[in-house]
Ligand binder design. Structure first.
Ligand code: GTP
Ligand code: MG
Ligand code: ZN
Length: 344
């Protein structure tokens, strides 16, 4: 007798999932959480253990998805609704989003204090984090390598309105209790550049021995985490480690920008013109805030840069959709020429 999906509560299963799954349960199908995705197979943690299954036809599974298995258990029959998704524009020329982690509750933007923090990069990652629909937080790690961690934190806080900024160290354990409490019972994704300390933090939080830069000896550089993995947290919840993101392209992040730059949006509400671009308009409350020092000019520039990039990607996506539509119409017209009065 199967344990049933109720056994998956520690992995994030809840009443709404149960309701959505009911029709599949009636058909005797099993469900589980995708813990890892390879080119053609994915690993799914079910109540009866971990299985490997083909991707199936119900959309490409991603780490964190809830996947319903086919009756024979060899493929994914369907994915339950993705509540949140950490997405970036894919590396390929096709303007599509690549989902890094699905159904995440908390996105931790991990930043190593051993290098000078790049506020623009943190703002970019926070934009992606906010856009996922999950709650973001910034984790400044490797606190053991500096003695001005709290000054850095104060700096970063002005770049992270609405998000907690924590200072931790995996080496001496500083701040790990606070972070563990924040993460407990939730699905937590770690994002950040390579070498930031994500896998080390994941290991410290889960007790699992994940691959980190320190153990890698084959000289292939610092890009150590090559797949995303779902690891249970001791007190319930799961953690998703992601590979270092060299460049995080923004994908359809309008909402993320509004949230990551909520302070600017707030000033903008007082601009004289509703369509103010905050460049040179009279009565611009955003420029006034820069003038008085309330808003760092760097931050306004970062906002403009990310917005331009987001708009460019959106236009590229539209172009692709338009081209796709034009191609479809060509096919339809060809059909019509070949068969001028299609039979009903
Ligand atoms: N001093 C110190 N070093 C740390 C800490 N956390 C991580 N490191 C070191 O930083 C390096 C990179 O850590 P990783 O955890 O592999 O970084 P990552 O973000 O997972 O990197 P990718 O998997 O390449 O994206 C390793 O040499 C770690 O030992 C810390 O809290 N303090
Ligand atoms: Mg790693
Ligand atoms: Zn303005």
């Amino acid at each position: 007798m199967s344990a049933g999906p109720a056994a998956l509560v520690a992995l994030g299963w809840d009443a709404d999932r149960d309701a959505e799954f009911a029709p599949y349960a009636d058909r005797g199908l099993a469900v589980g959480r995708v813990s890892r995705v390879d080119r053609s197979l994915c690993e799914i943690v079910t109540a009866d253990g971990t299985v490997r299954a083909a991707h199936g036809t119900g959309g490409l599974p991603c780490t964190g998805d809830w996947a319903v298995l086919t009756a024979d258990g060899t493929a994914v029959e369907a994915l339950l609704t993705r509540r949140t998704a950490v997405t970036r524009s894919s590396a390929s020329a096709r303007s599509e989003g690549q989902v890094l982690a699905a159904n995440v509750d908390l996105v931790l933007v991990v930043v190593g204090l051993d290098v000078e923090p790049d506020l623009g990069r943190i703002e970019r990652l926070l934009t992606v984090a906010w856009d996922s629909g999950a709650q973001p937080a910034v984790v400044l790690t490797k606190a053991d390598t500096v003695d001005d961690a709290d000054d850095v934190r104060a700096d970063v806080e002005t770049s992270a309105p609405g998000a907690d900024v924590l200072v931790v160290s995996a080496v001496d354990g500083v701040g790990l209790d606070v972070l563990a409490a924040l993460a407990s019972g939730r699905t937590v994704a770690l994002i950040g550049t390579s070498g930031a300390g994500k896998s080390t933090l994941a290991a410290a939080l889960t007790g699992a021995d994940l691959e980190t830069g320190a153990v890698r000896q084959d000289g292939k550089g610092r890009h150590t985490t090559t797949w995303r993995e779902l690891v249970p947290l001791p007190g319930g919840g799961v953690l998703v480690d992601t590979p270092g993101l060299r460049g995080v392209g923004l994908y359809d992040v309008e909402d993320g920008l509004d949230l990551a730059f909520a302070d600017i949006e707030e000033y903008a509400a007082d601009c004289r013109f509703a369509d103010c671009t905050h460049v040179a308009e009279p009565g611009c409350a955003v420029l006034d805030a820069v003038e008085t020092g309330a808003l760092p000019e760097r931050r306004l520039e970062s906002y403009r840069k990310l917005r331009r990039e987001a708009e460019w990607i959106a236009s590229r996506t539209d172009q692709r959709l338009r081209a796709e539509r034009a191609r479809q119409w060509k096919v339809i017209h060809k059909e019509m020429r070949r068969n001028p009065s299609p039979k009903k």
